[in-house]
Write a protein that binds this ligand. Structure first.
Ligand SMILES: Cc1ncc(COP(=O)(O)O)c(C=O)c1O
Length: 338
């Protein structure tokens, strides 16, 4: 096979050489299996298909200048998948086996890790689902774990570009005591109508508010929100959002750069007080926000002068990406070198 055109990769799926799988049967996980097929054989009554017993993860491997491949905070993805499994009563995938599966799938597909400096990376997608057959609503007795990889281009071609967001009040992604804190497929299904409506309106994504009161910021589509005011990094605390690993990292990085940090409820009106704002997650790292439109209240909150991301947003972005690809010493202990 010819090498992919690393500079022009989309953020999408590309076939690679292998994926790694594992099955839970008779109360225990089996051995890791290597497959070169892109397909799975699935029972027609699998709970993953009917009742949404499905959780996934997303992380990236980066090629360093030294030619070594780095994984960023995989331990947090392992823990979050265990949390998600518990949230929808699936057999948790063991932490050590998760590490082994990740290392194996990256090693086996090493030729797909994009070169240093291309702006691209190897996206890693672990998936866990109920593969046992049930017709009543109850947890399956069999589960399948698999992990595949695909090289992805930078989310923003030609650099970090500020995006526009639309506040959504008529669709909720997740309820306060629901599954919003888990990375389960059902949350994404619930968010799809709002995301598509925002995209159709020319926005990059939607900002969900808390479902109970519609007073506080929850999340930005598949990313966490942050705002910056008076040298303080502010990000929502909510019982219905996914605890973003990128956001956790930015909170620590902001503190290390001498900023104050606050994780608390963020009222919608506070959007008018931020000097900078952004959405953060594995895919985009940081999407600086240019403006947020609140259609019901006829308000537009603006954050970028001359269409450029703010200085503190860029400082955070540069520090995080330098750590991820090994340009800066990993003083946080976040990077595993394969
Ligand atoms: C709903 C949601 N929120 C936030 C995030 C960002 O999380 P992370 O930084 O761990 O990728 C994601 C992506 O995984 C997501 O799907």
């Amino acid at each position: 096979m010819e090498a992919p055109d690393w500079k022009n990769l989309p953020f999408g799926y590309m076939k690679t050489d292998y994926n790694v799988r594992c099955h839970y049967r008779n109360g225990k996980w089996g051995e890791l299996e290597i497959s070169s097929s892109e397909y799975i054989d699935i029972h027609i009554a699998a709970t993953g298909l009917h009742y949404g017993q499905e959780a996934f993860e997303g992380l990236k491997a980066y090629m360093g200048k030294d030619g070594r491949v780095r994984l960023f905070r995989w331990e947090e993805n392992a823990k979050r998948l265990i949390l998600s499994a518990g949230g929808i009563i699936m057999a948790p995938f063991p932490y050590e086996l998760f590490r082994e599966a990740l290392y194996k799938v990256v090693e086996l597909n090493r030729r797909f890790v994009p070169p240093y400096g291309s702006g691209a990376s190897l996206y890693i997608r672990p998936l866990l689902y109920g593969s046992g057959a049930e017709v009543g609503v109850k947890p399956a007795s069999e589960y399948t774990f698999l992990v595949f990889v695909t090289p992805v281009g930078p989310y923003f071609k030609g650099g970090v570009k500020p995006v526009d967001m639309l506040i959504c009040r008529d669709i909720d992604r997740a309820a306060p005591k629901g599954t919003g804190i888990y990375k389960v497929g059902g949350n994404y299904a619930a968010s799809m109508r709002a995301i598509i409506a925002a995209r159709d309106g020319g926005y990059a994504n939607t900002i969900f508010l808390d479902a109970r009161e519609k007073k506080y910021i929850d999340e930005c589509g598949p990313a966490n929100f942050f705002g910056i005011r008076d040298n303080t990094y502010v990000t929502p605390k909510s019982e219905s959002i996914l605890n973003s690993i990128t956001n956790m990292s930015l909170l620590d990085i902001a503190a290390s750069l001498g900023m104050k940090t606050e994780r608390r409820q963020v009222p919608v009106e506070e959007l008018g007080m931020f000097e900078e704002a952004g959405a953060c997650g594995t895919a985009a790292v940081i999407s600086p926000i240019r403006k947020i439109v609140d259609p019901e209240n006829n308000i537009i909150y603006e954050y970028c002068r001359d269409g450029q991301p703010g200085p503190l947003t860029m400082k955070l972005y540069n520090k995080l990406t330098a750590l991820q690809c090994g340009d800066e010493e990993d003083t946080f202990g976040w990077v595993s070198i394969l």
